[in-house]
Design a protein around this ligand. Structure first.
Ligand code: ATP
Length: 221
């Protein structure tokens, strides 16, 4: 984990924004917590470097609070989609470098992408997908969506691949996927050598197209 202290602002201190704020602060970063609700601001004052009450759709208030000094701003306003969109627009217009926004639904996500949000997260949707993948197979330990149809999965090595080297497995030629790393007990083998051996119970961290990953999981393990 990087030890470099960074400056973040979190706008909207609901469950999502609140947890982002607390975690960044716990990691030692400088965090500005913003909400239009005074009770929220008071609640988060101890979990942030500064906590400020303001309506983030008001460009002048944002500028006078010095939001431009923050390289990274998280917009976590959920229910009020209009306020979320307007806040994002203002932040990008006044030149905030990186704006990550929580989307409430697919339409909201599309609009945020169009107006220049640097990353749009949709926690309920993303977590639902992740849990569905984790539940669908005993071999899948975790799943991260990278882009349309590309993912990284953690797969459990079965007895079928016990004591096989990566060359023998040759997953790239056979399945079109890449083993980025594997965990053997507590040891993490990053960028493994071709003649490193896999053992039953190891956790393989594999990247590729979803169809290829499915095939590797079904036929290769
Ligand atoms: P979560 O699911 O994360 O709890 P949510 O998606 O239900 O939250 P809301 O509760 O609607 O989202 O909003 C999160 C926070 O954003 C609230 O504390 C709310 O007061 C704050 N908020 C909403 N609009 C603004 C605004 N214009 N300026 C600043 N804060 C705002």
């Amino acid at each position: 984990m990087s030890k470099v202290k960074k400056q973040f602002a979190v706008i909207g201190l609901g469950r999502f924004g609140g947890s982002v704020c607390k975690e960044l602060f716990k990691m030692g970063h400088e965090v500005l917590a913003v909400d239009k609700d005074e009770d929220k601001v008071n609640e988060y004052a101890k979990f942030a470097t500064h906590a400020v009450q303001l309506d983030s759709t008001d460009e002048k208030s944002l500028i006078s609070m010095g939001i431009r000094n923050f390289e990274h701003v998280v917009v976590a306003i959920g229910d009020n989609i209009q306020a979320s969109i307007l806040t994002t627009l203002v932040l990008k217009e006044i030149g905030v470098k990186t704006v990550w926004v929580k989307a409430q639904n697919a339409y909201h996500q599309k609009v945020l992408d169009k107006i220049g949000a640097d990353l749009v997260v949709h926690p309920e949707f993303d977590m639902g997908k992740r849990i569905a993948h984790n539940m669908s197979s005993e071999k899948i330990i975790d799943f991260i969506d990278l882009a349309d149809d590309y993912s990284i999965v953690e797969l459990l090595a079965t007895s079928k691949v016990h004591n096989m080297t990566l060359i023998e497995l040759d997953v790239r030629a056979n399945y079109g996927v890449t083993i980025l790393a594997f965990k053997s007990g507590k040891e993490m083998n990053i960028a493994p050598d071709p003649d490193d051996k896999i053992r039953e119970g190891d956790i393989l961290i594999v990247m590729g197209h979803t169809n290829d990953l499915d095939r590797f999981e079904d036929e290769g393990l």
